[in-house]
Write a protein that binds this ligand. Structure first.
Ligand code: F0G
Length: 461
C-alpha cells in the first residue's frame, strides 16, 4: 500500500504557558471605538490572539533563556557580543557588525551615514520604517518589485523579486552618483512576505557592481527566504540551510537585520558589512545614538539570545513546521472563499480587503475597516497594510491610495498552535459571509511619517 507518511507536529513541546482572555463582544466594541478604530492602540491584554506582528513576539527556547542567564553583563567587551559576532560571521559571513536595539536603528545608522539629500534608494519593496528612515534623510525610496507581485491570485515561486530591467533603467536615468545604495528585502514583507530567488539576488548584485553602487540586504526574514529557495529553486534542494544562507549573503556588501524576527528574540538587531570604512562610520554613530559597540542599545543577555536564535532558525525541522503552519491557515481560508494573496508568504497570510469589501472605496480604508471588524468579531488583532500604512497625500492635498489593500495576519514564531489559527479562520469565514454589513472608516488624524501607528478613524454610517 502506498500510504502518505503522517504530517509531523511542532518540533517542540510546551514548558511554560501564558493565559489569554477573550473579552466579550460588547467590551471589544467599546475598546476599539476608544482607540479611534486603530488596533495599535489596544492594550495587549484586551487581545485574544495577537497576529499584529511576527516581530519580537517569538517564544524563545530553553537554550536561549539559559544563555541569557549564563552570560555576564558588561558595558564593554561582553562575552555575548563575541558570541553574536561568531554566529554572524559563521552564518552571514560578513566581516563587521554593530549590534543595535532593532532593525530600524540599523536603518537609521545606515542611511544617516551614506545618504545625502536628494538621493534615491531602490529596493524590491521598502518596509515602512525603511521608507521613513530614507525620507528623514531627505532622500527618496523607490520600489522595483516585479509587476506580478501586485497580482494577488498569480501563483509564482518568487513573487518578491526585483524587476532588474526597471532597476537598471532607473540607475541610468538618475545616474549612479544619485544612488548611494541598492537594497533588497528578503522576504518581501510589504507585498505579502514573498520570497526572492537566489538568481534574482545574484542579478541585483551584478547590476550594483556594474555601476559601483553598494548593495545591502534587509535580511529580517532571511531564513524563511532561504527555505523557499531550498524548496523552489533548482539546484538548492540538497544544500543545507546554512549553505544557502551563506550564498545569499555572499552577494551583498552588508545587511540590516531585525533580530525580532529571525533571531527568534523579543528585541535586537544588527548592521553588518564587509566594508571597513563604512563599519567605522557605523560604529561611531552607534556609540552616539545606541550605545557602546559591544552592546548597541541592548542588555548583553539579548545578544546571547540572538546568537543562539540565529542557529535555531536554520533548523530545517523548525522551518518545515513554520511553513506548514502558515499553509494550514491559508488552506482553511481558501476553502472558506476568503480572498488571500497567493501563494502565502513566509511569515503571514495577507487577506485582500479590496475583494473582501468591494463596497468600501480606498479612501474609506477597507483594510483598516476589516482589521477593526476582525477584532470586534473575534478578539483577534491583525494589522492593516494598505492605504493607512502606505497611502500618500500629494502636493494638492489629494489622497493617493496604496497599490494594495491588505490585512496581514502575521504568525508569531513558535507561539500559537494550529487550533488558535483554526479559530482565526473560522471567525474570518463567518465575517466573509456577512461582509456587506462592514462599514468604511473616515481618517480624522494622522502624522506625517508612519502615521498609521497613531491615526484615528471614525466609522461611516
Ligand atoms: N524591515 C522589514 C522588512 C521589516 O518587516 C521590519 C519590521 C523592519 C525592517 C524593521 O525592524 O521592527 O526591528 O525595527 N517589521 C515588523 C512587522 C515591525 O510587523 O512587519 P524593527
Amino acid at each position: 500500500m502506498n500510504e502518505n507518511p503522517p504530517k509531523l507536529p511542532e518540533p517542540f513541546k510546551t514548558k511554560m504557558v501564558e493565559k489569554i482572555t477573550l473579552r466579550s463582544r460588547e467590551e471589544r466594541e467599546e475598546l476599539v471605538e476608544k482607540t479611534g478604530y486603530n488596533v495599535f492602540m489596544l492594550r495587549a491584554e484586551d487581545v485574544f490572539i495577537d497576529l499584529l506582528t511576527d516581530s519580537g513576539t517569538s517564544a524563545m527556547s530553553d537554550r536561549q533563556w539559559a544563555g541569557m542567564i549564563e552570560t555576564t553583563q558588561a558595558y564593554a567587551g561582553s562575552q555575548s557580543y563575541y558570541s553574536l559576532e561568531k554566529a554572524m560571521k559563521d552564518i552571514f559571513g560578513f566581516k563587521y557588525l554593530v549590534p543595535v536595539h532593532q532593525g530600524r536603528a540599523a536603518e537609521n545608522i545606515l542611511f544617516s551615514t551614506i545618504v545625502s539629500p536628494g538621493c534615491y534608494i531602490p529596493n524590491n519593496t521598502h518596509f515602512d520604517t525603511t521608507e521613513a528612515n530614507i525620507m528623514r534623510n531627505k532622500s527618496v525610496p523607490v520600489n522595483f518589485v516585479i509587476e506580478d507581485a501586485y497580482n494577488s491570485t498569480k501563483v509564482m515561486p518568487f513573487k518578491g523579486n526585483m524587476d532588474i530591467k526597471k532597476l537598471e533603467n532607473f540607475i541610468r536615468e538618475k545616474t549612479p552618483e544619485k544612488i548611494p545604495l541598492i537594497m533588497i528585502t528578503v522576504t518581501n514583507n510589504s507585498i505579502g512576505g514573498q520570497p526572492v530567488s537566489m538568481r534574482n539576488i545574484k542579478e541585483v548584485s551584478r547590476i550594483a557592481k556594474k555601476y559601483g553602487i553598494p548593495f545591502f540586504m534587509d535580511a529580517c526574514r532571511f531564513a524563511e527566504n532561504c527555505y523557499f529557495i531550498k524548496q523552489r529553486e533548482n539546484g538548492y534542494r540538497n544544500k543545507t540551510m546554512k549553505e544557502i544562507t551563506r550564498e545569499l549573503f555572499s552577494y551583498a556588501d552588508g545587511c540590516t537585520f531585525s533580530g525580532k524576527k529571525e533571531a527568534l528574540t523579543n528585541i535586537g538587531g544588527m548592521l553588518c558589512t564587509n566594508n571597513k570604512e563604512l563599519y567605522e562610520k557605523f560604529r561611531n554613530l552607534t556609540i552616539v545614538i545606541e550605545g557602546f559597540v559591544t552592546y548597541g542599545g541592548l542588555a548583553c543577555r539579548e545578544l546571547e539570545a540572538m546568537a543562539r536564535g540565529l542557529y535555531e532558525v536554520l533548523d530545517e525541522d523548525y522551518q518545515a513546521y513554520r511553513h506548514r503552519q502558515i499553509e494550514y491557515l491559508a488552506k482553511l481560508l481558501r476553502d472558506g472563499d476568503v480572498p488571500i494573496v497567493e501563494p502565502p508568504g513566509g511569515h503571514a497570510i495577507f487577506v485582500e480587503a479590496k475583494k473582501f469589501l468591494p463596497h468600501i472605496p480606498p479612501e474609506q480604508f477597507p483594510a483598516q475597516a476589516l482589521t477593526v471588524q476582525l477584532y470586534i468579531e473575534s478578539g483577534v488583532r491583525a494589522v492593516e497594510i494598505g492605504s493607512s500604512c502606505f497611502g500618500k497625500v500629494d502636493k494638492m492635498g489629494r489622497f493617493i491610495p496604496a497599490k494594495m489593500e491588505l490585512m496581514r495576519l502575521a504568525i508569531p514564531r513558535r507561539t500559537y498552535t494550529d487550533n488558535h489559527l483554526r479559530y482565526v479562520a473560522e471567525c474570518l469565514i463567518r465575517m466573509y459571509k456577512k461582509r456587506k454589513q462592514i462599514r468604511g472608516l473616515r481618517r480624522v488624524l494622522t502624522a506625517e511619517l508612519l502615521g498609521h501607528f497613531t491615526a484615528r478613524f471614525e466609522q461611516i454610517n
